[in-house]
Design a protein around this ligand. Structure first.
Ligand code: PHB
Length: 392
């Protein structure tokens, strides 16, 4: 098999890249190890930055998002049982965020890609990359039927997530350096059939730990609370979950609305960046190169931005034989990635109670929470980073 751009992974980065290349007349093939049904059912985060919304709209993938997504003009930071609003629209020059689940984004992109002649090979597992520093890199893969195949390309885009094979094709130590941090906490996430408890997201700092009240639709709510990262879903009955959430977020007239819990999962909190994001003709995008803790919901948005930068660079190569944007890919992408890393870390350390934190840390956190909810300058810093940098 032969194509111009071989893409490993049909997540946000791979699908967006494939479609943006298509709009530039460039052919790609996506290899995806999972089934379409599995991808479309996997629950992830749900906050789209303004730039991601604009990108989806511009490439013709924004119709359902515009109809079914929810535009939020602000969010709340809650501590000592009181909520304080961060007015995104006001503080960030009219920019907002849209709540629309990641798997809905994927459904829309898969449908669009298939309707425009895109090739996505589901249940095709990439085994390894060959000759990425030559001008004919190859992806070895196993088809759905179990046959060993190769995809020969001009470029390989590694969009295969944190545990994919692509990053490993950049030699560690000599070429690649990994930057890594884990946090002594995880997020316990639930989906519940309940009406919204709030019009806007509530990020809560509490002595028992962080909690987040988010939403999916008027009938389905997404909520999280900080837990031990090694805890097990089976340890948490519905009653225990509601008691914990109420303990962290209720008070001062606010009361969480309960409903039937139909999904539970535990998400680890970690920060990771691999540098460089390019090696020869291999380009990493999204979680293959970096992951963030979910506080601030940057993961999908960083993946979309990488795809945008990479599509433009590959486009310039085919249309004008220009390699400057390709050579600048790592530097261009990393500026946003490290900003996202910093903001995700910042929100994480501001809002969580870690087991090794002392009395000083709690007092310092409360002073900082006071600051960001009372100083317009400090709130503006949060708002600008939350809505995200424009995709220039
Ligand atoms: C979500 O709705 O899943 C969500 C929202 C905000 C975050 C993380 C996750 O910071």
């Amino acid at each position: 098999m032969r194509t111009q751009v071989g893409i490993v992974g049909a997540g946000p980065a791979g699908l967006l890249l494939s479609h943006m290349l298509h709009l530039r007349g460039i052919e790609s093939v996506i290899l995806e190890s999972r089934s379409r049904a599995a991808i479309e059912a996997t629950i992830r985060a749900g906050v789209l930055e303004q730039g991601t919304v604009d990108l989806m709209t511009e490439i013709g993938a924004g119709e359902r998002m515009k109809r079914e997504g929810f535009v939020h003009h602000g969010f709340e930071i809650r501590f000592q049982n009181r909520s304080h609003r961060i007015n995104l629209h006001d503080l960030a020059n009219g920019r907002t965020i849209t709540v629309y689940a990641q798997h809905e984004v994927l459904k829309d992109l898969i449908e669009l890609r298939l309707a425009t002649g895109g090739q996505i090979l589901f249940e095709a597992r990439a085994e390894g990359l060959e000759d990425v520093t030559s001008d004919r890199p190859r992806i070895r893969f196993t088809t759905k039927e179990g046959a060993a195949e190769e995809l020969i390309c001009d470029f390989v885009a590694g969009c295969d997530g944190s545990y994919g094979v692509c990053r490993k094709a950049i030699p560690e130590g000599t070429v690649r350096q990994d930057y890594f941090r884990t946090y002594p906490a995880g997020w316990f996430g639930i989906l519940a059939k309940a009406p919204p408890s709030s019009h806007e997201l509530i990020y809560t700092h509490h002595e028992r730990g962080f909690a987040l009240i988010s939403t999916r639709s008027p009938n389905v709510q997404r909520m999280y609370f900080q837990c031990d990262p090694n805890d097990k879903v089976a340890n948490w009955s519905d009653d225990r979950i509601w008691a914990e959430l109420h303990a962290r977020v209720s008070g001062d007239g606010f009361r969480l609305k309960e409903g039937e819990i139909f999904q539970k999962n535990i998400v680890p909190l970690r920060s990771f960046v691999a540098e460089p994001m390019q090696h020869g003709r291999l380009f990493l995008a999204g979680d293959a190169a970096h992951s963030v803790p979910p506080t601030g919901a940057k993961g999908l948005n960083l993946a979309a931005a990488d795809a945008h930068v990479l599509a433009r660079a590959i486009g310039a190569y085919y249309s004008a034989n220009a390699t400057d944007l390709l050579e600048a890919y790592t530097a261009t992408a990393l500026r946003r990635v490290w900003r996202g890393q910093w903001f995700s870390w910042y929100m994480t350390q501001l809002l969580h109670r870690f087991p090794d934190a002392g009395a000083f840390d709690l007092k310092r956190q409360l002073a900082e929470l006071e600051l960001v909810t009372s100083s317009r300058a400090a709130a503006t810093m949060i708002a600008e980073n939350y809505v995200g940098l424009p995709l220039s």
